[in-house]
Design a binder for this molecule. Structure first.
Ligand code: ATP
Ligand code: MG
Length: 422
């Protein structure tokens, strides 16, 4: 039996990395007053059609959609922002009047061709800062992305690419002129771009095709169509990024694949992966909440693709499972119930242990403790059970001593002061 194409099991030694990322995100984001939110994985298909946009790749080709038993059209979420905007409206989070800072981590689903760093079920960590149109909000979220990458000790070089895509009107004006220009070269463009000319011309700017790129060099530039407000917003962001020492590059071709962005669009790209090198994508979306039936509230956010991040982390990090330090070997009998008192004490001191459940004789159990590279083996044989004591065998030095169960707490405390057990 295999997993479905484009999906993966996350095995116990990998889960550690996921937990580490979750912990770092929780800590960093809590300090900045971001709160975690968890929304359903299934939503009405209409939510994504209305937010991400009907002519985008995600909605057109990549969604996992189906009819449920009640004939409702349902989609497995392909991204987080639309669901958060929906939750914001559904739960009237706007009535609290303050800025809502939210974050999420969870699986997303897109029907794409699986390859390194591209899966059909993948995970995103994302944040949304809802309720401010200040450039400072954009800077806060961008800074948080770099803060989190830093904390994860993600040492590879990465670069922030940033662009302003203006407001809806500015983009519409630009589109007309862009299409007019591109039409002259329509049949020289790659096939994808030919399709996009009428439906989603801005996405052509993103094309990787060399011939298309060449044609674009003389195309009208979006920056020329931006008004004062758009330009000012962008300028302030760039100025603060420089102050913060966050390296960035202005990429006038960066437009992002989702319809709901305005003003700021950005991506964080790593230099060490040649393909699938975008680990974080985000931008400002001032109209999305209104478009979905809520009040007009501006917002900005991003999402990091965790599988891509983990590929890079693993290049730096050996992923060793930590061994349990204590192994418990026990002579099984109905009187061996003092075992549970010992386990309670280990729990009290947060010491991890493994209890032997093999029903082998004691010497085999001790051998097993050695194989597992435990530090100490607690031996609870017939004598120990009778005397309410424990024999503690140090596996490396092969020394051992027997102590009374009533002294176990004192013994552990002593070991802790010597830093034997952490
Ligand atoms: P790409 O250009 O790589 O397809 P995208 O623009 O579709 O990315 P976004 O929708 O902006 O991606 O999602 C944000 C991040 O989520 C991406 O930068 C990437 O790290 C991750 N991501 C997107 N799609 C996938 C996928 N199919 N598998 C793994 N990670 C993904
Ligand atoms: Mg994509």
């Amino acid at each position: 039996m295999q997993t479905l194409r484009g999906t993966k099991d996350i095995l116990p030694n990998e889960v550690k990395t996921w937990q580490k990322i979750y912990k770092i995100a929780t800590n960093v984001l809590k300090i900045h007053n971001y709160q975690e939110i968890r929304t359903p994985i299934i939503e009405n298909t209409e939510l994504f059609e209305r937010s991400i946009g009907n002519f985008t790749d995600i909605v057109n080709k990549e969604m996992y959609s189906f009819y449920d038993q009640g004939k409702r059209k349902i989609t497995l979420r392909p991204e987080g922002t639309a669901s958060i905007a929906r939750a914001f409206i559904t739960n009237k989070l706007y009535t609290e009047k303050s800025i809502k800072r939210l974050w999420y981590l969870g699986p997303m689903f897109r029907y794409e061709r699986p390859q390194k760093g591209r899966q059909r079920q993948f995970h995103q960590l994302g944040i949304e800062c809802i309720g401010s149109d200040m450039p400072m909000a954009d800077i806060e979220v961008i800074k948080l992305a770099t803060d989190i990458l830093k904390q994860i000790k993600y040492k590879d070089e990465y670069l922030l690419e940033i662009n302003s895509i203006g407001n809806l009107q500015e983009r519409e004006n630009y589109k007309v002129n862009l299409v007019e220009y591109l039409k002259k070269y329509e049949y020289e463009l790659d096939l994808d771009s030919q399709h996009r000319i009428h439906k989603n011309p801005l996405r052509i700017l993103d094309s990787k095709n060399l011939k298309t790129k060449e044609i674009l060099q003389n195309a009208p530039k979006l920056t020329k169509y931006l008004g004062r407000t758009s330009l000012k917003h962008f300028e302030i962001i760039c100025e603060h990024l420089t102050y913060l020492n966050i390296q960035y590059e202005i990429n006038n071709y960066l437009v992002r694949g989702l319809d709901y962005y305005n003003y700021t669009a950005f991506e964080i790209k790593t230099k060490s992966l040649s393909q699938q090198n975008t680990i974080c994508g985000g931008g400002r979306y001032d109209n999305l909440i209104q478009q979905l039936g809520g009040p007009k509230i501006p917002a900005v956010g991003w999402a990091i693709g965790l599988e891509r991040l983990i590929i890079l982390m693993n290049q730096n990090l050996s992923n060793k499972i930590e061994e349990n330090k204590i192994y418990i070997a026990i002579q099984s009998s109905y009187k061996s119930n003092i075992l549970w008192d010992i386990i309670d004490i280990l729990k009290e001191y947060q010491l991890n242990f493994e209890l032997d459940l093999s029903n082998n004789n004691l010497s085999k159990q001790i051998k097993r403790a050695n194989q597992l590279k435990a530090e100490i083996c607690f031996i609870i044989g017939e004598n120990e059970i009778r005397d309410k004591s424990i024999t503690i065998k140090w596996l490396q030095t092969r020394t051992q001593q027997t102590i009374k169960l009533s002294n176990l707490r004192k013994y552990i405390k002593y070991l802790k002061t010597l830093n034997y057990l952490t």
